[in-house]
Design a protein around this ligand. Structure first.
Ligand SMILES: Cc1cc2nc3c(=O)[nH]c(=O)nc-3n(C[C@H](O)[C@H](O)[C@H](O)COP(=O)(O)O)c2cc1C
Length: 364
């Protein structure tokens, strides 16, 4: 069985799958449930100087993920300090304490949470798009505590610039990404937005944002040396493997942990193990940054021929045929054969990604 152990800034995680700040880390009891459910470490829900006044409804399941308008913890910081952090620490897992937002707020709360924190995670979600306020928040945390400080970024368009600036300013690690938006969903029965925020907008999370999260992690990993926690759209162990290949050193899960409950961490860890074993990897560390290295050495794939069909795996289900935009795929049911017409095939690759049985592959 491949090793899933990772060490990030001296924090040792038995596996790299942690709950993200949000409902899966909303209080001590939920964090204990995450530990029982197989999480490798804990991240606590973002707290700030005052409890959040969360508009409701604040969470909706939509195709591909969720919309939410949760702000930060609705529990007062005093409750976290009195009971919730103790419950998190009672698990014996490393505890990363989530804090927000401005330098002034961070200066006030960072010192208070220090006794429970193996590291801090600063959410920058409501600090805006300019870099300076984000750096000011980092400096406020670094002045207040002696534990690693991880900076959680929203999917900013200039992610490399921010990542580099934060590394230079002394961030110990990055966490990316927060949910994407603002976005809108409408309840067709009422005609009103799904979310109860003043403008009806919410933030998108879950499977739909995984490619965006992967791109952000990959872009940051190409320019910084500090570790990155990959967050966004992780649903299964293969998603974790992708995050590692993009350059992540550990991952966090929010939406899938809400939908499936706190046993999801062990399930995802099991799937990651299965992937690593089936591909001959001895540890998850082996695949960290693989895509960054391969892209440097070889560049993006450049196939020159139509996909190859492995008939022993093909069930003639027809999914590839119906969705081929070039009409290049034909099925001969009596002959039990799938044909790809080289002269029509544009080598777009869609059929290869659509076939869940691995019956199609691009040569070269
Ligand atoms: C209901 C909900 C509440 C959230 N609350 C927080 C929060 O308090 N602080 C924070 O930094 N991120 C928060 N997030 C963002 C998640 O931590 C995570 O970055 C994002 O959802 C992407 O991961 P996912 O696709 O696994 O959900 C929240 C997300 C959701 C869905």
């Amino acid at each position: 069985m491949a090793s899933l152990k990772v060490c990030v800034c001296g924090l040792e995680f038995a596996n790299p799958i942690l709950p993200a700040a949000g409902p899966p880390s909303k209080d001590g009891a939920m964090l204990q449930a995450a530990a029982r459910g197989g999480a490798g470490g804990l991240v606590t829900k973002t707290i700030s100087v005052d409890p959040a006044d969360v508009p409701r409804p604040c969470i909706a399941e939509i195709r591909g993920g969720m919309l939410n308008t949760e702000l930060w913890s609705e529990l007062p910081k005093e409750q976290w300090l009195a009971t919730e952090y103790d419950l998190a620490r009672s698990t014996g897992l490393p505890v990363i304490v989530g804090l927000g937002y401005t330098a002034k707020q961070i200066a006030e709360v960072a010192r208070l949470v220090r006794p429970w924190a193996d590291a801090l995670e600063l959410s920058t979600h409501y600090v805006g798009n300019s870099i300076q306020p984000i750096i000011d928040a980092l400096h406020a945390a670094k002045d207040a505590v002696d534990v690693p400080v991880f900076m959680k970024l929203s999917p900013h368009p200039n992610i490399q610039e921010i990542a580099l600036a934060l590394e230079e300013a002394g961030a110990d690690g990055l966490v990316m990404i927060n949910s994407f938006g603002p976005c809108l969903g409408i309840d067709l029965e009422t005609g009103l937005p799904l979310m109860g925020s003043s403008n009806g907008f919410g933030w998108l999370s879950g499977a739909a944002i995984k490619p965006l999260a992967l791109r952000c992690v990959y872009d940051a990993a190409r320019v910084v040396k500090i570790p990155i926690f990959g967050v966004g759209g992780i649903v299964n162990g293969r998603d974790v493997a992708e995050m590692f290949m993009a350059g992540a050193s550990a991952v966090q899960v929010c939406t899938e942990a809400i939908l499936r409950g706190p046993t999801v961490y062990a399930k995802i860890a099991g799937e990651l193990n299965k992937f690593l074993d089936s591909h001959g990897y001895k540890s998850v560390e082996e695949i960290r940054g693989l895509t960054v290295r391969l892209m440097k050495e070889r560049g993006a794939p450049k196939p020159t021929h139509a996909p190859v069909v492995k008939m022993e795996k093909c069930t003639l289900c027809g999914q590839c045929e119906v969705s081929c935009p070039y009409g290049a795929i034909g099925i001969d049911k009596p002959g039990k054969m799938l044909h790809i017409d080289e002269t029509l095939c544009f080598i777009c690759g869609l059929c290869v990604t659509r076939c869940k049985l691995d019956a199609l592959s691009l040569p070269g």
